[in-house]
Design a protein. Structure first.
Length: 115
């Protein structure tokens, strides 16, 4: 099964697997998504990024090796602007499931719109 690479780049962005040192900055970005829970009925998990890094956020019967949590940073100044959580092979072998995605305020992440 083909998977997203550990790191991939565009002219303006770097997307790479989360490292433990990334967690505090990414948790603060995740905190900006609190409003989503008014629609999905889930509890807001303040340790979401850390838990995904350590255990993954897997579908039923999922395997950790098929899971990726990746940071999104600007190429120009290496600034964190987003977070991507995906699972490869769910619901079918040739699928990629977008578990969670967020990019911070448009004024700070205008690079995302161009990629």
């Amino acid at each position: 099964m083909k998977q997203l690479p550990v790191e991939w780049k565009s002219d303006r962005l770097i997307v790479s697997n989360v490292e433990e040192s990334d967690i505090p900055e990414l948790e603060s970005i995740y905190e900006t998504s609190r409003y989503l829970h008014q629609w999905d009925g889930q509890e807001h998990d303040r340790n979401y990024v850390k838990e995904c890094f350590e255990e993954g956020h897997l579908p039923p019967g999922g395997r950790l090796e098929n899971y990726r949590i990746q940071s999104i940073r600007t190429n120009e100044d290496d600034r964190y602007i987003g977070l991507l959580s995906v699972y490869h092979g769910y619901p079918s072998e040739d699928s990629i499931y977008l578990e969670f995605y967020i990019s911070i305020a448009r004024s700070r992440s205008r690079d995302m719109d161009k990629n």
